[in-house]
Write a protein that binds this ligand. Structure first.
Ligand code: BTN
Length: 265
């Protein structure tokens, strides 16, 4: 788990004055999961803690799935912060982080980037990355760890183990595309102000930004929960970030974590 201080210093330099809003930036060669490590360290203080790893041995995905994390293939980044929000707002935080990541990728030249509710970064139905927010109770406000995985250049062996359509930045932008440090700097420079804004105003000020990136709205979807699958038409998001779906028997709203979504044809 050795640290790489030169990489951390380069990221701080790329962030400029925003780096002052970060309490610590740590790069590790390998860790089980950047989210798990920040949760173990504890989320204290007013400033964000950022952890990036070359590889994860037990990367975590949503709904208990694993996140394949070979060395250097993706950005594995977690940010921990205490937010003055209610635990009920935590699901919307995933959406806010998604907006920040998608806008950052767009600024780096990624066309047609979209968000597949609740946590996928997609390009034309191919997954480019995902977000996993975990929270811890205790102390003031809510301690959150926002984990971000963005595929940079997946080796064939790792890609073969992914059970859904995927893509990576090397395929999208070619070999001259941004490297891990540039992607991390772009993401953090939008995520840090987004967290402040979310604390002040909640999800409402992100609703139109999300809508511009919504890859599901107007599409047939299949939602799966413990009781089976339900098909319907995605109608966009409610004011609290819940997914609105029109079913044959009327509209229902789904909060993050309750369902799996598959865009169907
Ligand atoms: C998903 O799409 O299921 C969410 C994937 C989140 C992966 C990232 S990689 C960095 C951070 N550490 C983890 O263990 N998971 C997140």
């Amino acid at each position: 788990m050795s640290e790489q201080p030169a990489e951390a210093a380069a990221l701080a330099a790329a962030l400029g004055p925003l780096a002052q809003r970060i309490g610590s930036i740590t790069y590790l060669h390998t860790v089980d999961s950047t989210n798990a490590e920040l949760l173990r360290r504890g989320v204290t203080g007013d400033r964000a803690q950022v952890l990036i790893a070359d590889a994860q041995s037990a990367g975590r995905g949503r709904l208990g799935r694993s996140w394949i994390s070979p060395p250097g293939a993706s950005l594995y980044l977690s940010l921990a912060r205490r937010l003055r929000i209610d635990a009920r707002q935590a699901p919307a935080l995933t959406l806010v982080a998604g907006v920040a990541c998608a806008e950052a990728l767009s600024a780096l030249g990624v066309d047609r980037i979209g968000l597949k509710w609740p946590n996928d970064l997609v390009i034309e139905a191919r997954k480019l990355g995902g977000i996993l927010v975990e929270s811890a109770t205790g102390g003031d406000g809510l301690a959150v760890v926002i984990g971000i995985g963005i595929n940079l250049a997946l080796p064939g062996e790792a890609a073969a183990a992914i059970d859904q359509p995927w893509t990576d930045l090397a395929r999208v932008l070619g070999p001259a595309g941004p490297g891990r440090a540039a992607v991390a700097a772009a993401v953090l420079s939008l995520l840090l102000p987004a967290l402040d804004e979310f604390e002040r105003t909640g999800f409402s000020s992100f609703a139109s930004r999300y809508a511009a990136l919504d890859a599901l709205r107007g599409r047939p979807v299949r939602l799966e929960d413990g009781r089976g699958g339900h098909t319907g038409l995605a109608l966009g998001l409610a004011e609290n970030g819940a997914l609105r779906v029109r079913h044959e028997d009327g509209e229902r709203r789904y909060l993050s974590g309750e369902v799996r979504v598959r865009a169907s044809s």
